[in-house]
Design a protein around this ligand. Structure first.
Ligand SMILES: [Fe+2]
Length: 361
């Protein structure tokens, strides 16, 4: 996005996956991943899945997306879903989906078990596809107390829009003591600054799309994305922005004092925080703490961006709070799964040769 700088250097958050003889992350690898996760709020495990395993994930995603009766997610951007700019939907708990999820859980057990006990519920197993013309989400935090996992089942380019994170903005006991006891205040200012720019980025893009051949707007789409009364937290909806009906970003957040603080501290904010955009290669898995500031960017390429996602609670969770941020498939609601269930489930059969080669001695 040209309105502000986003770094594509994710090297500080990456750990090359090395597996032990049981096909799980080797101890030293898991320890390094936990340290990075605690410091920055996310970790990127490169090469965690073999090509064959990633292909299974892609096949499961494709089958779900082709199903006219798929269960679309109710969070993120419903307007983007409606106009096929995104296709966020949950995966059914079939034996193959469960095996794929079990493979991932078992491989990252050494990291996730630092945060989630065996009895903690799997909140969602889903797929997040975005197409050309989607909106850039506002920078936000997901409901707290959750570990989320994204698996790249094919290469994701910068243009396709790998998730954007603000490293180091996760919340924990005493985190607010940082930056002279003003850490949360600075984070909120930075978020507001980013979201102001994202609003303009999305509006400018929609304006261009009005006359474009590619990603041309559907009838009624401009009105629905800019002036609709319908709930949607991630559209550049000016009506809801002015009325203060968007909890992610609205005029209410731009009082005179906040605007003055933003102006006065603009350089300090850029020195304290940075936006980092991931562009995961096939087989890479990203783990992040749900309260880390992040956003799903827009897809600026003609190629669909597909990601497999899964979220596991770190604590007991109230069902309403759960469904505000996560969309379990009806089959998962009927037959709940815990982290321990997935650790005990049969994984995908025989890892491919490529994984064998990477195993530690
Ligand atoms: Fe999110």
């Amino acid at each position: 996005m040209k309105e502000f700088s986003v770094s594509n250097d994710t090297s500080a958050f990456e750990v090359p996956a090395v597996l032990d003889e049981n096909g799980r992350l080797a101890d030293h690898c898991a320890r390094q991943a936990v340290t990075i996760m605690d410091t920055h709020g996310l970790v990127i495990l490169t090469g965690l899945l073999s090509d064959d395993e990633a292909d299974v994930g892609l096949e499961l995603i494709s089958q779900t997306i082709e199903d006219p009766d798929r269960s679309q997610c109710s969070f993120a951007s419903e307007t983007d879903n409606r106009y096929l700019r995104r296709d966020f939907c949950s995966l059914p708990s079939t034996p193959r989906v469960t095996s794929f999820a079990a493979t991932l859980c078992q491989r990252v057990e050494g990291v996730v078990s630092e945060y989630c006990g065996r009895s903690r519920p799997v909140l969602e197993i889903a797929t997040f596809t975005s197409y050309l013309g989607s909106s850039h989400q506002y920078i936000h935090r997901d409901p707290a107390g959750v570990i989320s996992l994204f698996a790249a089942v094919e290469d994701v380019s910068e243009q396709q829009g790998g998730t954007v994170f603000v490293p180091g903005t996760h919340m924990y006991g005493g985190a607010d003591n940082n930056h002279d006891g003003r850490a949360y205040e600075w984070m909120e200012l930075f978020r507001t600054q980013c979201n102001y720019r994202i609003l303009w980025h999305n509006l400018r893009k929609l304006w261009v799309m009005r006359k474009a051949d590619r990603a041309a707007l559907a009838p009624g789409e401009f009105r629905d994305r800019v002036f609709s009364t319908k709930w949607d937290q991630h559209q550049p909806n000016l009506l809801r922005f002015v009325l203060g009906k968007n909890s992610q970003f609205s005029l209410r957040m731009l009082g005179p004092r906040r605007v003055w603080n933003l102006y006065r501290n603009r350089q300090a904010l850029d020195d304290l925080f940075s936006l980092v955009q991931t562009a995961p290669r096939k087989g890479t898995v990203i783990l992040y703490r749900s309260d880390l500031l992040h956003a799903g960017p827009d897809n600026r390429s003609p190629h669909a961006r597909r990601i497999f996602g899964m979220s596991i609670a770190r604590d007991i969770i109230d069902p309403k709070y759960w469904h505000d941020g996560y969309s379990p498939h009806p089959s998962l609601t009927d037959r709940p799964l815990s982290f321990g269930d997935l650790l005990d489930s049969a994984p995908l059969p025989a890892p491919s040769q490529r994984v064998e080669h990477r195993r530690s001695a």
